[in-house]
Design a binder for this molecule. Structure first.
Ligand code: NI
Length: 432
């Protein structure tokens, strides 16, 4: 007897072109055991997906989840001013409780908008991990290491990163995996970057890093090292298929070739890059060359102020069309792949497609809505017309976290109240 059978929905497997107009997904012990037109199996629980699209949940490959507490705190500012005058001072006052509450709020938002896995890099990560554990989501978590600046020690940072990696890898029934998170080539010394790589290999975990987000990083690296971030990282022996590089906006053709050759995974964050006016990442070129490009929202405060992967997909599709003056660039199906299967590859998790033996990380998108009627092309609707609020049901690891818009994994009102309170206290401390 299976645990769950999802019936009557349009099944979009993201497993090559396999789709069923009216199919079933069978789930047992947290794993998908059958995806087909119909099944002979029976289950404890039947979920009727009539009028919906059953698809893998989204994989958000770059965020700083607890930054939900800074949602709308400082908008429309230059990056330097945004960071130095607003975000960094506020982050200095962030305590463990804030990170727990902010991450839980992020998880609630993700459950409600169809994200089932995410890659996070932040501070007070024990508390972020506890929130992920409590929420039921899946995540690849890293403590953000920085050793450039006052009162920073390479050894202390590295040991903090390692402690977190060892303490949490495989926790929450395997829903949590850990990574090393050296913040960026300009905020970490070469010694730290080399140290991280050594430890990550020993501990058999991946590494999450920001790379060439801004032109000022490119200029600073050239001035300091006589080469760009990609070249420096490559010279340090850092780049391989265990690396997730966020942003990758200011890449040369040679840099793309290095990333491809090393098998580095990229997280494209179009909304953040647009909002902070960082630039346009050469995504079509990377995809053409065979680089695995996934999608991320970045922290909430540098986004549309939300964590909605539908908005991220739509923005990616539109941005690269106008940038290249070519409407055939990044078609809907390719963007859906970036948001699902490419993301799972980047994190090394068995999610992102509906296939036997894969994690039961599944969402149902409600198509019975005015803005989704009529349907000619499901993929096109998902990218251009749907939004996070159209997600009706969210399942992670075979556990139903939201059913027909009712959040079952946490007390929604309580999370909202706690987040408001934490944000108000935080801002009061910052301004004092
Ligand atoms: Ni970031």
């Amino acid at each position: 007897m299976a645990d769950i059978i999802i019936r009557n929905g349009y099944i979009l497997t993201m497993d090559f072109a396999t789709e069923f107009r009216n199919g079933v997904v069978v789930i047992e012990n947290g794993v998908i055991t059958e995806v087909a037109e119909s099944t002979n199996q029976s289950a404890d629980r039947i979920i009727d997906a009539k009028g919906g699209v059953v698809m893998p949940g989204f994989v958000n490959t770059h965020t700083h989840a607890a930054m939900t507490l800074f949602r709308g705190y400082a908008d429309d500012l230059p990056l330097e001013e945004w960071l130095k005058d607003y975000i960094w001072p506020a982050e200095e006052h962030l305590n463990k409780n804030d990170v727990y509450t902010g991450t839980l709020l992020a998880c609630l938002e993700m459950v409600k908008s169809g994200t089932t896995s995410f890659a996070d890099m932040y501070i007070h990560m024990n508390d972020a991990a506890q929130a992920v554990k409590d929420s039921g989501l899946r995540a690849a978590l890293s403590y953000g290491l920085i050793d450039v600046g006052e009162n920073r020690s390479t050894d202390i940072e590295l040991s903090k990163g390692k402690r977190f990696v060892l303490d949490w890898n495989g926790e929450a029934e395997g829903r949590i995996i850990t990574m090393y998170g050296p913040h960026a080539p300009y905020s970490c010394t070469q010694r730290l970057i080399k140290g991280v790589k050594e430890e990550a290999r020993k501990d058999n975990v991946k590494v999450h890093i920001h790379v060439l987000e801004t032109e000022s990083e490119l200029n600073q690296m050239k001035e300091q090292y006589g080469m760009c971030s990609v070249n420096l990282l490559d010279r340090l022996g850092f780049l391989d298929s265990e690396v997730l590089a966020a942003h990758c906006v200011w890449l040369s053709d040679d840099d793309i070739e290095i990333l491809r050759g090393r098998g580095v995974h990229v997280s494209h964050n179009p909304v953040s890059n647009m909002k902070l006016a960082s630039g346009v990442a050469p995504v079509p070129k990377m995809l053409d060359r065979g680089v695995n490009v996934s999608l991320g929202t970045d922290g909430c405060a540098s986004n549309n102020n939300n964590l909605d992967m539908f908005e991220e997909m739509k923005t990616a599709a539109l941005l690269h069309k106008v940038e290249s003056l070519n409407p055939t660039v990044l078609p809907a199906m390719q963007v859906l792949e970036m948001a699902t299967v490419n993301g799972s590859k980047a994190l090394g998790i068995k999610s992102g497609i509906l296939r036997e033996g894969y994690n039961a990380d599944v969402i149902i998108v409600d198509m019975n809505k005015p803005h989704l009627t009529p349907v000619y092309d499901i993929h096109s609707h998902l990218v251009y017309s749907a939004s996070g609020s159209d997600v009706r049901t969210t399942i992670v690891d075979g556990r139903v976290l939201m059913k027909d818009y009712n959040v079952l994994c946490m007390d929604e009102q309580d999370v909202l109240d706690r987040a408001r309170e934490a944000a108000a206290n935080l801002v009061a401390r910052v301004k004092f």
